[in-house]
Ligand binder design. Structure first.
Ligand code: PXG
Length: 286
């Protein structure tokens, strides 16, 4: 059976789910998106994801032609139509069909599509033994150019860093911001543990405010683990006791090596393990 895609109000077969070559989402990366998961038949943190989607749209002055309630209903309909209980959901809003010029005012209607499918970001092994990262030479977008808080369809900044990771033979890269501080990875937020305290960069350090990041901070509170949002330098990563990354696709992945240097003894940390376990329990049981 063919996958059903929600496209502008209709559920249609994947083979027929097509967008115009005149859509500004394609011509200019003019649009926004979300990556969401469903666990055990329930959409995980739908309101947080939708809030970020509508905030991203607002930031690029795009009006989503659905209310958040209608959007959520469309997501649920898409998951149901494909008989998924556990899946990855991609919700995309493009500026719509326009002319061969930048002006978004000339685009008729924004286009909305929703894909529900499976995703496996990294091999199992990385979750058990830890992953190696590099620091990319390309820096994260300056917030006054294109804010990293916007989940836009223009991911070239991250893609260039991802290529550097692949060139170095590792699955992910850390990106520094314009001040040289740590921001995030190409599709994941970063955390370290030092002397029993969990740290992650602040929203002012040029990051996307990850829903998974928020969940980890919530779990730290619940588990009475001390934590802080703090500006971090690469030095803080090199001298950390533990490190891990978080994202909807990746979930929680331990990091054991950075730029060829082992983090602490190069083993998955105890607090990282506790948070990974708590995360998996939380997404299924709430
Ligand atoms: N930073 C960036 C730049 C991201 O794109 C995150 C952090 C983590 O945010 P969440 O809310 O997911 O915890 C993301 C998330 C993909 C893919 O297809 C990308 C993301 C999520 C899922 C899949 O590569 N980006």
């Amino acid at each position: 059976m063919s996958l059903k895609i929600w496209l502008d109000g209709n559920l249609i077969d994947k083979e027929n789910a097509k967008i115009s070559v005149y859509d500004h989402g394609l011509l200019y990366g003019d649009g926004v998106f979300e990556g969401i998961r469903a666990y055990a038949g329930r959409i995980f943190k739908p309101h947080e994801h939708l809030r970020r989607l509508y905030d991203s749209a607002k930031a690029i002055r795009l009006v989503i032609p659905l209310s958040p309630e209608q959007f959520l209903a469309a997501i649920q309909q898409t998951v149901k139509a494909n008989d998924f209980t556990d899946c990855y959901i991609r919700a995309v809003v493009t500026r719509g069909v326009g002319y061969l010029g930048l002006n978004p005012a000339k685009c008729s209607n924004p286009s909305v599509f929703i894909i529900a499918d499976t995703i496996e970001m990294y091999p199992r092994e990385h979750y058990e033994k830890g992953m190696a990262l590099i620091t990319a030479s390309v820096i994260r977008n300056h917030p006054n150019a294109l804010s990293p808080r916007i989940k836009s369809l223009n991911y070239l900044n991250n893609i260039l860093a991802k290529i550097e990771a692949a060139d170095a033979g590792v699955p992910e890269a850390i990106m520094l911001n314009h001040d040289g501080n740590v921001s995030e990875c190409t599709a994941d937020n970063i955390f370290i543990v030092r002397d029993g305290v969990v740290y992650t960069p602040t929203t002012h350090d040029g990051i996307l405010e990850g829903v998974t990041r928020g969940t980890i901070l919530e779990l730290c509170r619940k588990l009475a683990l001390p934590f802080a949002e703090k500006t971090l330098q690469r030095h803080d990563l090199y001298t950390a006791d533990e490190c891990f990354i978080t994202g909807t696709g990746a979930e929680v992945v331990p990091v054991t090596k950075l730029d060829g240097r082992p983090i602490a003894r190069g083993e998955v940390g105890q607090i990282t393990r506790r948070l990974m376990e708590a995360f998996h329990k939380h997404v299924r049981e709430g």
